[in-house]
Design a protein around this ligand. Structure first.
Ligand SMILES: C[S@@+](CC[C@H](N)C(=O)[O-])C[C@H]1O[C@@H](n2cnc3c(N)ncnc32)[C@H](O)[C@@H]1O
Length: 486
């Protein structure tokens, strides 16, 4: 049936269940019916074992719209590590804060352990339905048909233009709209954009509360598509609300390859914890360049405790699953002492994933709002050419320093510096482990020197090999495939 406006007006809350690529259309429709968007619930399922997709699809979604939002508090039982049996969340010394009935539900549902088989067809799985009943009480069901626009089929061409060498490998102090004007059509292989989220955050050179946020976004994103190569990828990261607004306007003209979910559960807030960012993976043609990345993702049934990880490794336990479009194993840089002077610095591991997924060596990566330079630093480490635009001179400076490799001196606070007098082997190994976690990969010797504030010769009076320095770092959840140079 057609979604009937009159019929739905008697409800306070409307929930729409669909595949992520169709959800933006429901978003638009229900917003026009006067409901306000509250949550995008991500429902994870285990992808088919034999899928041939480079990035397996592993979620459907439910959008919650409301006129009068009230829900019951719902808790899910605490989960325990499949290997050591401890709680998955490491409560440290705060175990007394564990609620006896479990943790508050978040907007990423992995606890249902659904298989791909349970998702096929448009029937809402009973397990999903059950949780909405717990949240809302009675839930009526209706099947509604979508009338949506599909991306137009476009001719696949190999036409692209070369970006002159002098435009490569730099970070420029420029407004992205002006910067993009300088670039030829079809010249960039991958664009990553992490814009301000219009939440009134304090930026130095930018007012983060624009009335024209979406119109402004569409203006520069159109130009991003102009410079993107026909088989190139554009990744747009934002909170779900803005991702829907942008997706709705772009999908008829471009291809939504995947709706990637970056699940990085924060602290409980309200009755339902907002736990994820959306990353739209878009392209100009259906045939996008992409690579299969294999079993690199930590299985969420295993904990992160160092001791357990070490033991799993020794016992040859397989604690990895296929990389998929829901990433729960990439952690935000939370502690101020670990990030540069920018509240939104992204973890390198996130960019490492997206760049390896969509590019080859020597391809060109553009970040038109580069912030502290995370994208360009990772692109450089992966031997890609890069270009960054940024309007805040301080960020340009930080990015350039990170590219030169002396970024670590910029860390605010000195909490990581080991006082030489107290230096012992174990302290150093733990600190190097912390550094690896921040970088999302094993550090090289220069990075370790900078971080610890000691030089190589001092380091090697304490250790007789580089691999001993990296002892704990190797147990961290980092990418060991990135070569760690001495
Ligand atoms: C969310 S931050 C990016 C953080 C970055 N991903 C990182 O890891 O550090 C957004 C950045 O966009 C920049 N920005 C805002 N408006 C801009 C514009 N018109 N042109 C270029 N950069 C802009 C801001 O100064 C800010 O540094």
């Amino acid at each position: 049936m057609e979604l009937n406006n009159e019929k739905i007006q008697k409800y306070d809350n409307i929930l729409v269940y669909d595949s992520p690529k169709y959800l933006p259309f429901w978003y638009e429709k229900l917003s026009n019916f006067g409901f306000s968007f509250k949550y995008h619930i991500v429902i994870h399922f285990e992808p088919e074992e034999n899928t041939e997709l480079s990035l397996p699809v592993s979620h459907v979604g439910v959008l919650i719209f409301s006129k009068n939002f009230k829900i019951n508090k719902v808790r899910i039982p605490h989960a325990y590590c499949s290997f050591c049996g401890e709680t998955l969340k490491d409560w440290g010394g705060k175990k007394h804060l564990m609620h006896p009935e479990g943790t508050l539900i978040s907007d990423v549902w992995k606890h249902l352990n659904l298989s791909a088989h349970e998702i096929i067809g448009n029937r809402v799985p009973d397990k999903v339905y059950h949780f909405f009943e717990l949240m809302f009480g009675r839930v009526d069901r209706e099947v509604a048909s979508r009338e949506i626009q599909q991306s137009e089929d476009k001719e696949i061409t190999d036409t692209f233009n070369f970006l002159p060498d002098e435009a490569k490998n730099k970070v420029m102090l420029i407004d992205l709209i002006e910067g993009l004007k300088e670039l030829p059509d079809n010249s960039i292989d991958m664009i990553f954009i992490d814009p301000p989220y219009n939440l009134g955050k304090p930026y130095a050179n930018y007012h983060d509360e624009r009335g024209d946020y979406i119109d402004w976004t569409i203006k520069w994103i159109n130009d991003c598509f102009r410079v993107l190569k026909p088989q190139g990828s554009l990744f747009y990261l934002n909170i779900p609300k803005w991702a829907h607004e942008v997706a709705y306007r772009l999908i008829p003209r471009f291809y939504l390859q995947r709706w990637i979910v970056w699940d990085n559960q924060g602290e409980p807030r309200g009755k339902l914890i907002p736990a994820h960012y959306s990353i739209l993976w878009l392209s100009k043609t259906a045939a996008v360049k992409s690579h299969y990345l294999g079993n690199e993702q930590r299985d969420y049934n295993f904990c992160l405790r160092e001791k357990c990880r070490k033991q799993r490794k020794l016992n040859g336990v397989n604690d990895r699953v296929k990389i998929r479009d829901v990433r729960w194993d990439i952690h935000r840089i939370k502690h101020a002492s670990k990030r540069l002077e920018h509240p939104n610095q992204l973890p390198e591991k996130l960019l490492d994933f997206l760049i390896r997924l969509s590019t080859d060596k020597n391809d060109i990566v553009l970040d038109p709002m580069v912030g502290t330079g995370t994208t360009v630093v990772v692109a450089k480490n992966l031997s890609r050419a890069y270009l960054g635009f940024e309007i805040d001179p301080k960020c340009v400076d930080i990015s350039q320093k990170r590219l030169k490799g002396d970024c670590l001196n910029l860390f605010s606070g000195q909490t990581h510096t080991i006082k030489k007098a107290f230096m012992n082997k174990k302290d150093i190994q733990i600190k190097v482990g912390e550094l690896a976690k921040q970088l999302g990969r094993l550090p090289d010797i220069n990075e370790v020197e900078n971080y610890l504030g000691i030089n190589q010769s001092e380091l090697f009076t304490i250790f007789n090999s580089w691999s001993k320095v990296l002892k704990y770092a190797k147990l961290m959840e980092v990418d060991e495939s990135v070569e760690s140079r001495r």
